[in-house]
Design a protein around this ligand. Structure first.
Ligand code: ARG
Ligand code: ZN
Length: 876
């Protein structure tokens, strides 16, 4: 459903304007009679004036796309004299008493709901999504997180169409009705904000299991999916049980209902949703079979299942006062899911992946037109603020706090936070205060991390006085200006560090430095020789480090005891060389493989079998976007040419060893998803990708191996890695492989998404033509968010060389797609705008073409406020 809006700019909501709600709701009794086009929702609300708010005579309720059918106050019908419809769809009830019961009945059409917010249909089944502001599309309500109420929900539907009727809390009766209908009632004993409400109804089947909490509560677990998918829920269920046990072991937090249900839906705007007792998941984060899901999919499932489960305490029991506090639950819960996943396997490899994602998604956001603090000060559309900054940078801020106060104090702080604020809607200040009170550490300066946008730059210089053995490290920080924040203050930066001697041995002096000022010196006495500093171990702060020489970086890549710094130093080394090579491409000099880089690559190969998962990370060159981010003015063509050259040159130079690794790592047993097996597959497939780019016979052998691997079809990880190699090549086998893949998987939505994405991100000159053709393919569907993202998102955000084609065709394509999508699903449309917003880092000609794309979107009458906000801020 298109939001028809704004000819005049939509209003900005400001954090400083927060006022407590005028009315509180103690109890909500809902009755939903489900029907595809004419669902009826009866709501009975027990309301009372909020003693903590300014008195108001009238009650104002949020509402959107609702048809009011009836309203009663304390049992008496409300006439038109007492009711007013508000702009935007809300309802005002005039002159209400101090405490009263309001009953409303509304009609809604799930079938017409293409926005996928509120109650909607997917494959004939009913699902809801209420965060952030979807509940107002189900009934009239004060739809804000600081109104916490107890809910009873009765569902009524056709028994044949909807044998399964689910809502929040515990089941509380079910029965038959005339005309083939039936009902079920759910009672949620815990007060909750409306954004955690959920309903799922339809013809679904469950995979069931049990979990007993450590205090002995028996919890019935269910994962509801479409018929035929029951066999694909095992990994999600296993991840759920491990998450439940981990939260007990790590934080003493137990589950608090008799049932925990998850329902999977293939039309979903985001990854998943933590509704109380009834999580709703994008099928992408539930369904997995070795033949259909990659290792990355398995890891994604584990992480997202844990994330949503952990929200039960960090988000649901203790929730947000207002949406500016979103990182209170999201940053903290991402930190918790990262910690959980790190505990399940290799913590170092997990950390590398998390930092890679932070740099790929959050750093550009923090340097672009939408840059905002972890706790934003204003928004037009809150859905635009479910961002990498709120989630990933928010998690980094929690991680830094934990490092500053120590693990034991952090746990004490969590206990205190929950003891103080259980069943409350609170702020980020409340969280920081709990950590401060529990640890006795003053965190007032640290809280700047929540208020200040932009990625701090950390510069290091060092000096050694041979005579006295004194070594001095000077650290300096600065944060670039961001929209609305021209001046920045220093933030406390925890720098976990060590010193490495010339022989590669760790010297005394390792520890945590805290850089609080713009510049500070730290001295170390009694050193026999000048050490090399190992800084930001474990990536102890989300900053951009510079100042180390190539020589120092190469040394750390070879010798540091900290695996993160070893990996990162190699990446920084490669980045420096890649930037140099880009300049050579631009001045049309012949390129040569830098010997230092080749040595680092060779050393990684030498040690590859010691830790294949780490080696696989170490072999991947920094991405084209990452390199572009380091340039004053990017040059996507030159960057692409340079990176392709390096991949080919490394493949050629090391082809015998790459081929040997690819052979030695071949699997013969059954598919296993433990970290070691995933690591071996990752290393094997990284080797294949290089080999296939080698010159001459080695490259031909690489492509032949890719063909064999594709045909062997052992598991989706290997099949997709092989298909990616072929899709990127000019091999005659390319089209046949793509066709075979489509033929085999056309009926599996999640696999078909991969087929779209692989072609959209293929670095071939004809990629955009292919993408345009795919947008007309019978299997393409703009209404399905996963499909839209796997074509449009994969192209615009995952294929920089072709998206930034000098003709501007890539930009034009994205603008057209955003316009088309905005009429269907405004949330997904607004998200896809981001790549166009980064025009400042491109050259003037590209920048102008990108702006033209944005202006074209902006000129569209009836643009949604979410897309309007993204586009107008991108043009500013
Ligand atoms: N709270 C959910 C999560 O973190 C995200 C839901 C966001 N939905 C939205 N429409 N903005 O997993
Ligand atoms: Zn979340």
């Amino acid at each position: 459903m298109a939001e028809t809006e704004p000819q005049s700019p939509p209003p900005t909501i400001r954090r400083e304007d927060y006022r407590p709600p005028a009315f509180l709701v103690d109890q909500v009794d809902l009755h939903l009679a489900l029907h595809p086009t004419a669902t009826r929702v009866k709501a009975k609300l027990a309301l009372r004036r909020n003693p903590a708010a300014a008195p108001a005579a009238d009650l104002e309720l949020d509402g959107e796309a609702l048809t009011l059918l009836a309203a009663r106050l304390d049992g008496a019908p409300l006439g038109a004299d007492r009711l007013a419809h508000l702009p935007g769809g809300g309802l005002r009830v005039a002159d209400v008493p101090a405490a009263f019961t309001l009953e409303t009945e509304v009609g809604i059409s799930p079938e017409a709901n293409s926005e996928l917010s509120g109650l909607y249909l997917s494959g004939g089944n009913y699902f809801t999504q209420c965060e952030a502001e979807g509940f107002r599309r189900i009934t009239y309500f004060p739809d804000r997180p600081d109104v916490m109420a107890r809910y009873t929900t009765t569902l009524e539907a056709d028994r044949a169409a909807c044998p399964v009727l689910l809502s929040n809390g515990n089941p509380d009766g079910a029965g038959e009705l005339p005309d083939g209908r039936h009902w079920a009632r759910w009672v949620d004993p815990h007060p909750k904000p409306s954004y955690l409400f959920a309903v799922v109804a339809g013809d679904l089947v469950a995979m069931r299991d049990r979990f007993t909490t450590r205090s002995g509560r028996k919890v019935a677990l269910g994962i509801y999916v479409r018929k035929g998918d029951e066999d694909a829920c095992g990994h999600a269920m296993d991840s759920l049980k491990r998450s439940m046990a981990w939260d007990e072991d790590t934080y003493g937090l137990e589950y608090d209902l008799d049932v925990f249900n998850i329902a999977a839906v293939s039309d979903f705007n985001m990854g998943a949703m933590e509704n109380k007792g009834l999580n709703v998941f994008n099928t992408k984060y539930i369904l997995a079979r070795p033949e259909t899901a990659t290792d990355a999919d398995y890891e994604g499932i584990e992480t997202v299942v844990a994330h949503e489960y952990f929200h039960n305490w960090t988000g649901n029991r203790v929730t947000c006062r207002d949406w500016f506090q979103l990182s209170l639950k999201e940053g903290l819960t991402v930190f918790r899911d990262q910690h959980f996943s790190a505990d399940q396997g290799s913590a170092a490899v997990k950390r590398i992946g998390d930092v890679r994602r932070l740099r790929a998604a959050q750093f550009p956001e923090d340097a672009g037109p939408m840059a905002h603090p972890v706790r934003p000060d204003s928004y037009v559309e809150i859905n635009n603020f479910y961002t990498a900054t709120v989630y990933q940078k928010g998690a980094e801020v929690v991680r830094m706090m934990r490092r500053l106060i120590g693990e034991a104090n952090f746990r004490k702080g969590m206990d205190l936070y929950i003891a103080r604020h259980d069943n409350q809607a609170v702020t980020i200040e409340d969280f920081v205060r709990a950590m401060q009170d529990a640890s006795g550490t003053d965190l007032s300066r640290f809280a700047r991390w929540y208020a200040q946008a932009g990625t701090p730059a950390l510069r290091v210089r060092d000096a050694f006085d041979k005579a006295s053995g004194r070594y001095t490290l000077t650290l300096a920080q600065s944060t670039p200006p961001t929209p609305g924040q021209p001046e920045k203050q220093p933030v406390p930066i925890p720098v976990a560090m060590g010193l490495i001697g010339p022989d590669g041995a760790e010297l005394p002096g390792a520890g945590l430095l805290l850089l609080e000022e713009a510049e500070q010196g730290f001295t170390f006495e009694g050193l026999p020789a000048k050490p090399v500093p190992s800084l930001l171990r474990g990536y102890s702060a989300p900053v951009k480090l510079s100042g180390l020489s190539l020589e120092q970086l190469g040394f750390l890549a070879a010798h540091d005891t900290d695996p993160f710094v070893r990996w990162d130093s190699a990446q920084q080394y490669a980045t420096a060389e890649m930037l140099r090579l880009v300049e050579e491409v631009r001045s049309q000099k012949p390129l040569a493989l830098p010997e230092g880089l080749a040595a680092i690559f060779g050393a990684a190969l030498d040690r590859a079998m010691e830790d294949p998962a780490f080696a696989a990370e170490a072999l991947v060159l920094p991405s084209e976007d990452f390199v572009a981010d380091q340039m004053a003015v990017a040059d996507p063509e030159a960057i692409h040419a340079m990176r392709q050259f390096l991949r080919g040159a490394l493949g050629t130079r090391f082809s015998p060893r790459l081929a040997a690794l690819h052979g030695a790592l071949e699997e013969t047993g059954p598919y296993r998803i433990d970290g070691a097996s995933i690591g071996r597959r990752a290393l094997r497939n990284a080797s294949l990708a290089y080999l296939a780019r080698a010159e001459g016979a080695a490259g031909a052998e690489g492509l032949a191996r890719a063909e064999q691997q594709f045909e062997a079809g052992r598991n989706m990880t290997d099949v997709l890695a092989a298909l990616r190699v072929l899709a990127d090549s000019d091999s005659p086998a390319r089209q046949a492989a793509l066709d075979a893949f489509h033929g085999k998987w056309r009926h599996d939505d999640l696999v078909l998404d991969k087929w779209f994405a692989i072609q959209a991100s293929a670095a071939r000159p004809d990629a955009l033509e292919a993408v345009r053709a795919l947008a007309r393919h019978p299997d393409f569907d703009l209404r399905n968010p996963n499909r839209a993202r796997s074509l449009i998102g994969a192209f615009a955000a995952g294929n920089p060389a072709r998206f930034h084609d000098a003709s501007g065709d890539g930009y034009r394509f994205l603008a057209e797609m955003v316009i088309a999508l905005d009429a269907v699903n405004t949330q997904v449309a607004a998200r896809l705008v981001s790549p166009l917003g980064l025009w400042k880092r491109q050259d003037a000609a590209r920048g102008a073409l990108m702006r033209a794309g944005l202006e074209r979107i902006l000129a569209r009458p009836g643009l949604s406020k979410g897309t309007y906000e993204k586009v107008s801020k991108s043009l500013a």
